[in-house]
Design a protein around this ligand. Structure first.
Ligand code: F0G
Length: 466
């Protein structure tokens, strides 16, 4: 048992060995850059962004142990040592038998879904992430979101708002025999606010799925952050290590898709892990078609090494305490000042509630998108819209208002410091103070799928801040 520290400040549990300069721009420069990017923050050059919270995916800083691991990367085409180290780490944490490396999470999704789905099938999940949904719909199948009702109430403080609605899952499986090849649970629930899923909920889902003979998979991108929340919030887990908790989470499932760009602490990579022999054989053939030989799956040997080290660093208690606290710190400041966010704060991001913040901007004028543009204009901060642009368009081409209009400010791992977060807080309060001036946008150009990446817009009024 460690002696508790008498000091309360939670510091970054690292010091900095290599720095990346950031560039300062003026509001006028930013207005010109955003207009040239078609009012789509995805189309900005990263160097024109001061604090980049577009995503926590692949944007983290690696440790010296990861860099050292990369030096011993074995680049053999087949059977490289690096693969066996990667496989051993994934098996150790997940307990799953077969491990297929992929270049990132969506490759694992595509391989899994092309292997097991046919048109008309249904895949329930607490909430599908956009790439998961798109890969399911690309197979002609239905991606069904079954979050618990409290997930839809941004202000409601509940410990596990990422949970899947077990009664709805039971109904879905009972009403659709033979149409549900697998069910999924996303930890943490990214599109629902980065909220965690409890072990009780995972066990409940496992029991229901087992009774209906349906395999259960985890979308486990942020498994370590989820394990930390279980340690903090679920009765009986305070003294368990994040690793032990993660193992219990994986013990509930038959397979997992992973983007190692999140809790793999790496800049690229992922995996599909599963127990079923027949699915594995077919998935491997699929993998060879597009990713590469099954012992590298689209990654370099050195990537496999960085990830094998990263999984354990993501489970480190000092790291998790600092990570979750820095997000909560920003959240506390915003709540204290009346800025509407999803409460409590989640694992990797703060989610601003744009519907609440900009009640004068109708859904058809993309309030969350407008808010994300306002943050860039005001302070060079880049977040991502999770609202009508990302999720409003239905597979049949019609528009439907999404459950929430959010701007996600996702924190890259081990990248920004306390003063960056303080600056961010100032920018957010400044924009909040001028919220009544913010006007909406119209979409001038958009592709059919995943339109948020490349759509172009223009402000309805001559200026975004009227
Ligand atoms: N599942 C979840 C829950 C995710 O958050 C992501 C990626 C993926 C799957 C796909 O993984 O990007 O490696 O192909 N989320 C990133 C984000 C892009 O910004 O939240 P990928």
């Amino acid at each position: 048992m460690k002696t508790p520290s008498p000091f309360h400040t939670i510091i970054e549990p690292f010091r900095i060995k290599s720095v990346e300069p950031v560039k300062f721009t003026t509001p006028e420069e930013r207005a010109a850059k955003l207009a040239a990017a078609g009012w789509n923050p995805f189309l900005l050059r990263a160097e024109d962004v001061l604090i980049d919270l577009l995503t926590d995916s692949g944007t983290g800083a690696m440790s010296k142990h990861q860099w050292a691991g990369m030096m011993r990367g074995d680049e053999s085409y087949a059977g490289a040592e690096s693969f066996y180290r990667f496989e051993a780490a994934v098996r150790d944490i997940t307990g799953l038998r077969h491990v297929l490396p992929t270049h990132q999470g969506r490759a694992a999704e595509r391989i899994l879904f092309t292997t097991v789905l046919k048109p008309g099938d249904i895949v329930p999940n607490n909430t599908h992430f956009d790439t998961t949904r798109a890969n399911i719909e690309a197979r002609g199948a239905i991606a069904l979101d079954l979050p618990v009702p409290e997930a839809r109430q941004p202000r409601l403080r509940a410990p596990f708002k990422g949970n899947i609605d077990l009664a709805a899952l039971e109904r879905c499986l009972a009403e659709n025999p033979g149409r549900v090849p697998l069910a999924m649970i996303t930890v943490t629930n990214n599109s629902g606010g980065g909220q965690p899923v409890s072990l009780a909920n995972l066990r409940g889902a496992r029991e229901i799925c087992a009774r209906h003979g349906v395999p259960l998979f985890l979308d486990c991108c942020r498994f370590a952050e989820n394990a930390w929340f279980i340690k903090q919030r679920e009765v009986g887990y305070a003294d368990r290590s994040p690793l032990a908790i993660a193992r219990e989470m994986f013990a509930c499932v038959d397979g997992a898709t992973m983007s190692a760009k999140k809790d793999g602490m790496a800049n690229i990579g992922g995996f599909l892990a599963l127990n079923d022999e027949m699915w594995t054989t077919r998935a491997k053939n699929n993998l060879i078609l597009t990713e590469g030989f099954p012992t590298y799956g689209g990654l370099a040997g050195y990537d496999l090494e960085a990830i094998a080290v990263g999984f354990y660093e993501a489970l480190d208690e000092d790291y998790l305490r600092y990570r979750i606290r820095s997000i909560e710190y920003l959240g506390d400041l915003l709540v204290k000042n009346g800025v509407p966010i999803i409460e409590p704060t989640g694992g990797h991001a703060v989610y601003l509630d744009a519907r609440q913040l900009l009640p004068h901007v109708p859904g058809s004028e993309f309030p969350a998108w407008a808010l994300s543009c306002a943050l860039y204009l005001a302070g060079g901060v880049r977040g991502v819209e999770i609202g009508s642009v990302m999720f409003g368009r239905q597979p049949d081409g019609t528009e439907k208002p999404p459950a929430m209009e959010l701007v996600r400010l996702a924190f890259p791992r081990r990248v920004y410091t306390q003063s960056h977060v303080d600056y961010l807080g100032e920018v957010l309060l400044h924009v909040h103070g001028r919220r009544e001036k913010i006007r909406g946008l119209r979409m001038t150009q958009a592709p059919e799928v995943l339109r948020h990446f490349t759509a172009r817009f223009e402000p309805i009024a001559p200026r975004l801040f009227a």
